[in-house]
Design a protein around this ligand. Structure first.
Ligand SMILES: O=P(O)(O)OC[C@H]1O[C@H](OP(=O)(O)OP(=O)(O)O)[C@H](O)[C@@H]1O
Ligand SMILES: Nc1ncnc2[nH]cnc12
Length: 181
């Protein structure tokens, strides 16, 4: 692990806030907005993600980001790696031919969608989001990749909520997280 890794992790951790009972009673909402407001904290997230990818994977074709908070980190990582970015959106937002799948998340239900030509068969992709809770959202994205015959190399999130066991739902895919609660 390169020098500075721990300092960067601590910087990121200091920029996550928790709000009880949002958006529903009983949910402790982990808010990543302070990361985005602080240039050094945001850079630290992308530095850590980039280092992980460069250590783990020889070749990545695309970064796939999940609506909406995955769009905040995914394109920055894609630029660093010199690869393209693909959007998995909530249903009804993408023009043209699409492929969709429905899923449950920690506080509701939704449907995820990609453009049919977003990924090609055999392309090697990494899924990026801000947070892993039950795993419903990332699982839906992985299912979309499976439908399009792309290869999911792994999932990357800033925050993993351990007690919800999202990691089990995502097996056999690997999950990399910066912070665990
Ligand atoms: O692991 P899960 O239980 O699926 O929960 C995690 C998902 O929930 C949040 O997204 P949300 O759907 O609230 O949308 P947003 O990013 O548009 O706020 C979060 O950004 C993840 O995508
Ligand atoms: N507890 C939580 N905090 C922030 N985003 C979430 N998405 C799903 N669960 C969440």
């Amino acid at each position: 692990m390169a020098a500075g890794w721990e300092a960067k992790l601590q910087l990121v951790q200091r920029h996550v806030r928790a709000f009880p009972d949002f958006p529903k009673k009983g949910i402790l909402f982990r808010d990543i907005c302070p990361i985005l407001k602080d240039a050094a904290a945001l850079k630290a997230v992308i530095d850590l993600f980039e280092e992980h990818v460069r250590n783990m994977y020889q070749h990545v074709d695309l970064i796939v980001g999940l609506d909406a908070r995955g769009f905040l980190f995914g394109p920055l990582l894609a630029q660093r790696l010199g690869v393209g970015f693909v959007l998995v959106r909530k249903k009804g937002k993408l023009p043209g031919a699409t492929v969709s799948v429905s899923y449950d998340l920690e506080y509701g239900k939704a449907e995820a969608e990609i453009q049919e030509d977003a990924v090609a068969p055999g392309q090697r992709v990494l899924l990026v989001d801000d947070l892993l809770a039950t795993g419903g959202t990332l699982h839906a994205a992985a299912e979309l990749m499976r439908k399009q015959q792309a290869e999911v190399l792994g999932c990357m999130v800033v925050i993993e909520l351990k007690e919800l066991n999202g990691i089990d739902k995502l097996k056999p895919h690997r999950v990399f997280s910066l912070l665990q609660y």
